[in-house]
Design a protein around this ligand. Structure first.
Ligand code: 5RP
Length: 215
């Protein structure tokens, strides 16, 4: 799947226009996209980054990392996903960067999602759904999630997010109504963000492989 990720990422360069400020996600697929940007670093004005990891990689290529508060709305956001359904609704957050990813997606006119074919699903939920949570609310949120969804929340113990929070991964879901679940989980006090990108799905999905598809 590594080659498929690289091919999807390279294709995303066709959406980059000269002088743009590009929103940049996080993960192994996006890492290929950052490398592609790094081959022509002067083409763009800079990037808004969704994680410390991506910021570091961007800077290593001489690309300036800008603050979203100074840039205003972005024309383009490029990011990967853990799952993608036929309506371009996504599960994201496998890399624990979901909150900043969601902020940048919301701030962007066009969200181009780059994936390998293994990420395509009919129904979201086989990939455990990440939820970023304020640390003191971890147990409360876990109980509410169990009662609300029937899924099993598992604390990703080794991880502290770039925002200083924890992540619960909800196992055993089959998400028939992603918009409603996203809204409902967002209401639990202590939830910072939910890795469902249904209310703001991707606009374009690029699936890498021997033939690259643009959906
Ligand atoms: C990080 C993400 C990533 O986009 C997602 O986990 C996909 O990662 P990869 O490109 O490594 O398969 O949401 O929070």
């Amino acid at each position: 799947m590594t080659e498929a990720k690289r091919l999807a990422a390279e294709k995303a360069m066709t959406f980059v226009e000269d002088g743009m400020i590009v929103g940049v996600g996080t993960g192994s697929t996006v890492a290929y996209f950052i490398d592609a940007l790094g081959r022509e670093p002067d083409r763009i004005r800079g990037a808004v980054s969704s994680s410390d990891q991506s910021s570091q990689q961007l800077r290593s290529h001489g690309i300036e990392v800008l603050d979203l508060n100074s840039t205003g709305p972005l024309a383009l956001y490029v990011d990967g996903a853990d799952e993608c359904d036929p309506r371009k609704r996504l599960i994201k957050g496998g890399g624990a960067a979901l909150t900043r990813e969601k902020i940048i997606a919301e701030a962007s006119d066009r969200f181009v999602c780059i994936i390998d074919p293994s990420k395509q699903v009919d129904v979201l939920g086989a990939f455990p759904l990440p939820v970023e949570v304020i640390p003191m609310a971890r147990s409360l949120v876990a109980r509410r999630i169990l009662a609300m969804t029937g899924g099993q929340p598992v604390w990703r113990e080794s991880v502290v997010t770039d925002n200083g929070n924890v992540v619960l991964d909800i196992h055993g879901l089959r998400i028939s109504d992603p918009e409603s679940m996203e809204t409902a989980l967002n209401q639990i006090p202590g939830v910072v963000s939910v890795g469902l990108f249904a209310r703001r799905p991707a606009d374009v999905v690029i699936v890498g492989g021997p033939t690259v598809s643009i959906l």
